[in-house]
Design a protein around this ligand. Structure first.
Ligand code: G6Q
Length: 549
């Protein structure tokens, strides 16, 4: 089946229409009632895959809702779309590219074809090269220009070439070599570079320039500053670049033009989207931090979830369930955002990572065929680790006027147990999901002898949906599973909405626009400005303000 054509436009599919009518009927139905009506609900509406347990019982759904959502998946051609992705079909239609992040974690003997060529051997050749390099650096065999051991590693990249590496480094810090210092420079704001390097010795510092295209303005500007900083610190000998710079890119020509020996380049392919690249060579900093074995375990975790997604029946398929529930909350219950709330400090960058994965993928306004959609696509994802968020924005989730579905993520074991901390942490996550679902009625508040005037202020309506994802502990395998779970949930949502989840024309636009204004800010003579009057005025004002008096 072609991925471009699903039988009918989304809003005309039978399941979509039925869901609309069904939603009207059950929209007032409270989770209190749903749980009261079925004592087993909390056990029934759960699913498990690899090391992840998903409790989705606290969603505002009945058995009928779930049946209709699964029917919608069928009517949307989800099975064929999944098969098309795994088969290397060019499902990124606007860029005419295959979408094969699943090949990045395929075992050595797997076969996945793009244009008739099995890509798995190349994937493993790069992984082997990364492993050999990581071992040399971690053992102190890769020396800097002056013969000193490399102690500091700085990843320079932005967007997909930054958010995954940062998130994975933070998430797997427990497993990292603490004798190495890792920093991440992304912003073109020079402060990012200056702060990342101010206490480091260039003789002991290795830069990984991570850029799929090797043309991104921010990364190239930071890479140039890194080159200057290194050469200034090491006496200006250009040969130092070879010892202090490696590149991760698909663009060998540009890497070479920058002065990095392509022997020190780690490649990937146009079928890996930036936001899906943390398990490609873009993850080199992760591998340097945790070692090739742990990186391999992370890939195995990704692969386990890939296989589950590819083969499990939809009714028990975690990414399918998570994706369909997201569609339900977004398109039928009208939720505009999703809060991702990991109760695990090591996952502090996970919400930021997910923001790109979800919103860059599904923040689209036209279908695959280029027709304007007449339904909502991606909600806004945001979040912070618990329990911190409880002392700030949770107020709005509990008692505000908006519906904000939450994904809670928690682990049975702390990586570094400390007294009672972990039980207290977990008590909080369970309590929050419970309070959001069931709330507190006026009668319950009155029973606490609260003065009448205060009763409405202390009422919690409840009926706030949430998912809880529970795993044993945050291992490299589990991190891989968790990321793959969300990658595939995003896929499911995009498949239902019939959009291209794998292009990013909005990002490309930004890259072009800034390039146009840079010369207008830098030119010695007043430039002829042809923008709107506001932009012209701001540019003129900036030029005046930056000129020394
Ligand atoms: C990701 C996006 C975007 C990209 C950055 C960096 O899917 O395409 O975030 O990763 O713009 O691009 P380069 O890796 O080419 O520098």
């Amino acid at each position: 089946m072609s991925t471009k054509s699903v039988s009918k436009p989304l809003t005309q599919r039978a399941a979509w229409k039925a869901l609309g009518a069904h939603c009207k009927r059950i929209s007032k139905l409270h989770l209190r009632k749903l749980f009261a009506a079925d004592a087993q609900r909390g056990e029934k509406l759960t699913a498990q895959a690899a090391g992840l347990f998903l409790d989705y019982s606290k969603n505002r759904v009945t058995e009928k809702t779930l049946k209709l959502l699964l029917q919608l998946a069928d009517e949307s051609g989800l099975r064929a779309k999944i098969d098309a992705m795994f088969a290397g079909e060019k499902i990124n239609v606007t860029e005419n590219r295959a979408v094969l992040h699943v090949a990045l974690r395929a075992p050595r003997d797997a076969k996945i074809f793009v244009d008739g060529k099995n890509v798995v051997p190349e994937v493993h050749a790069v992984l082997d090269k990364m492993s050999a390099f990581s071992d040399r650096v971690r053992r102190g065999e890769w020396k800097g220009h002056t013969g000193k051991r490399i102690k500091n590693i700085i990843n320079v990249g932005i967007g997909g070439s930054d958010l995954g590496p940062v998130m994975a480094y933070e998430a797997l810090k427990h497993y990292s070599d603490r004798s190495l210092t890792f920093r991440f420079v992304s912003n073109v704001d020079g402060i990012d570079f200056v702060e990342a390097t101010h206490d480091l010795d260039p003789a002991e510092t290795l830069f990984i320039i991570s850029s799929k295209t090797f043309t991104t303005l921010e990364t190239m500007t930071n890479a140039q500053s890194a080159r200057d900083w290194t050469l200034n610190g090491l006496g200006g000998d250009a040969k130092a670049v070879a010892k202090h710079f490696v590149a991760v890119s698909t663009n060998a020509e540009k890497v070479s033009a920058f002065g990095i020996d392509t022997a020190n380049m780690f490649g990937f392919w146009d079928w890996v989207g930036g936001r899906y690249s943390m398990d490609s060579a873009i993850g080199l900093s992760t591998m340097l931090a945790v070692g090739p074995d742990n990186f391999g375990k992370m890939l195995a975790g990704f692969h386990a979830l890939d296989e589950h997604f590819r083969t499990a029946p939809f009714a028990k398929n975690l990414p399918v369930l998570l994706g369909l529930l997201a569609v339900w909350n977004n398109d039928f219950l009208g939720a505009q955002t999703v809060a991702v709330l990991p109760y695990e400090q090591y996952l502090k960058r996970f919400p930021a990572y997910l923001q790109q994965l979800t919103m860059e993928s599904n923040g689209k306004h036209v279908t695959l065929a280029g027709k304007h959609v007449n339904y909502q696509t991606s909600p806004v994802y945001w979040g912070e680790p618990g329990t911190n968020g409880q002392h700030s924005f949770y107020q709005l989730i509990h008692q505000g006027t908006r519906l904000i579905p939450c994904d809670f993520i928690a682990f049975a074991h702390a990586l570094t147990p400390l007294g009672r901390h972990h039980d207290i942490l977990l008590a909080n996550v369970f309590a929050q999901a419970e309070a959001l679902a069931f709330g507190k009625t006026a009668d319950e508040v009155k029973a606490e002898k609260v003065p009448a005037a205060l009763v409405p202020h202390k009422v919690f309506e409840g009926n706030r949906p949430s998912n809880t994802i529970l795993a044993e502990k945050l291992t490299p395998e589990i991190l891989g599973q968790l990321v793959a779970l969300y990658e595939h949930s995003v896929f499911v949502q995009g498949a239902i909405w019939n959009i291209d989840s794998f292009d990013q024309w909005g990002v490309e636009l930004g890259k072009v626009l800034a390039q146009r204004i840079v010369p207008e800010l830098e030119s010695q003579t007043a430039p002829k400005l042809k923008h709107d009057s506001s932009t012209n005025n701001l540019i003129r004002r900036y030029r005046k303000m930056k000129t020394p008096a």
